[in-house]
Design a protein around this ligand. Structure first.
Ligand code: GDG
Length: 458
């Protein structure tokens, strides 16, 4: 079996906290690397200021080499915070209004990809399979091809891919499409994303789809497919079972005092629909006064990308909104929304999901949304909760037992909340069983193996 090289913007170097601390994706990629031997390369997350970064820092762990590089401060600001997070992220999430396109940022994006390619090159052996992850690194394969590398190179996009009319608002869309066309296999989260990609290619005659999933563009033949990412379902279910005994989870149970718990868990990001969700919760209570004082909505929202202005503004907006709603509908003995603005440990998170009668997952647009899958995996099979899920999350294509909502429709989401809180046990069990069976079968290891098998196939 050939070695595997994984390249992603950030790298999960294992620490002594082990798998319990790592997310399912990191665990699966580490397992794939351990099986085949190889390298995981990416940014250290650190800035070298205004001097050229030191050579790669290599850490050996068994047969896996972790290779990290710093970036200059200018590149952190222009490549990462700038082009990746203020152009590609909003455009791929259909937020043209938030895309801040600038030439400096665009130049830095391509420059950093070239820099990554040059740093990676000495580590590549002729038979290595290379797997590049996510929107930060789209041009990497084109850079490696230019340097003469003939290895099989695959790409997986964790976020949605937009339709042509949205993508083409970005002045460098053609370079981005050329970048994608340099891979051997492109993986998207859902077939809708793949269809959007095919549409972008065809719209201005940049390429053709010769047969379903087989493309020619920019002088290269390649394949594309939908590979819906999963979680470590069985391991996560086991965490959740054990977590009931955890002190913090016991305290949480006591503090809700027999009320029904609704849980939301999201990085603080405008794609996640948090403000619309708080509105829907408020509407649910005002439309259903019988539930007043009988439910608690726990929203866990660790800060993310705080250096980007839109995210900083959102931190204030959500905190203010939660405070306003608590002020408007709370009573002296009831705080309707508990809003936590920091990260909590993974095992405790699993325990909280299990305590919750409703998992409220309502992104405005999301590649997949692993929280939805984790919520399902964490449930007690005898008394499972209900997943209320946005139709605009990739996970909606798979989780047929969820109550699907349109997150822009506040009344619709409020009604789904009422329906889920009142759902009979029999129906809850039936909906949950189908989703859990699907998640057990389609876990993250299977996703990883399927993608790599397809990448290696000629
Ligand atoms: C991108 C795409 C795609 C959240 N809060 C805490 C915490 N989390 C963990 C969750 C989950 C992960 O973060 C979030 O994953 P999502 O999939 O929901 O969203 P993104 O971060 O936007 O991920 C997305 C994903 O990539 C994978 O391809 O599904 O569409 O946007 O695992 O549990 N974990 C801990 N404490 C928290 O407070 N420990």
């Amino acid at each position: 079996m050939s070695r595997l090289i994984i390249v992603s913007n950030r790298v999960s170097v294992p620490d002594n906290k082990g798998a319990a601390a790592a997310g399912g994706l990191a665990v699966a990629l580490q397992a794939a690397l351990a099986e085949r031997g190889g390298v995981w390369m990416g940014w250290s997350g650190k800035s070298s200021g205004d001097i050229e970064p030191e050579p790669l820092v290599l850490t050996q762990d068994g047969n896996i080499t972790y290779a990290l590089t710093d970036l200059t401060q200018t590149d952190v600001e222009e490549y990462y915070q700038g082009f990746a997070n203020r152009v590609l992220w909003p455009i791929c999430h259909y937020r043209l209004d938030l895309a801040e396109y600038g030439r400096k940022e665009m130049a830095s994006y391509f420059r950093v990809n070239r820099f990554f390619a040059h740093r990676l090159a000495p580590l590549i052996e002729p038979n290595d399979t290379i797997w590049v992850h996510d929107y930060h690194l789209i041009p990497l394969a084109a850079e490696l091809r230019e340097m003469g590398f003939k290895n099989r190179i695959g790409f997986f996009l964790h976020i949605p891919w937009p339709p042509a009319d949205v993508l083409f608002t970005m002045p460098v869309h053609e370079e981005i499409m050329r970048g994608l066309s340099s891979y051997d296999l492109l993986g998207f989260q859902t077939k809708y994303d793949l269809e959007n990609f095919a549409g972008c290619l065809k719209r201005e005659g940049m390429g053709v789809e010769n047969s379903p999933g087989h493309f020619s563009s920019h002088g290269h033949n390649f394949r594309g497919g939908a590979y819906s990412i999963g979680i470590e379902t069985a391991a996560f279910a086991a965490f959740a079972r054990k977590a009931a005994a955890h002190n913090m989870v016991r305290k949480a149970r006591q503090s809700i005092e027999g009320r029904d718990l609704i849980i939301g868990v999201d990085r603080l990001d405008y794609s996640k629909g948090i403000t619309q969700r708080i509105d829907a919760f408020e509407r649910f209570i005002t439309n259903n006064p019988a539930h007043q004082r009988r439910v608690t909505y726990l929203q866990i929202t660790p800060k993310s990308r705080s250096e980007v202005p839109e995210y900083e503004a959102m931190q204030h907006a959500v905190a203010e909104q939660a405070g306003r709603v608590n002020g408007a509908i709370g009573t002296v003995d009831w705080v309707p929304i508990r809003y936590i603005n920091r990260s909590i440990s993974r095992p405790i998170l699993a325990g909280l999901y299990r305590l919750a009668k409703v998992g409220l997952v309502t992104p405005l647009r999301d590649g997949m949304n692993l929280v939805a899958k984790e919520y399902v995996a964490a449930q007690d099979p005898d008394d499972p909760g209900v997943l209320v899920l946005s139709r605009f999350a990739g996970a909606a294509r798979e989780l047929k037992g969820a109550l699907l909502v349109n997150p822009y429709d506040v009344d619709g989401t409020a009604n789904a909340l009422a329906r889920s809180i009142n759902m009979p046990l029999e129906e809850r069990r039936e909906r949950w069983r189908g989703m859990m069976d699907h998640l057990l079968e389609n876990d993250v290891s299977r996703w990883c193996d399927t993608f790599l098998t397809d990448l290696r196939a000629e």
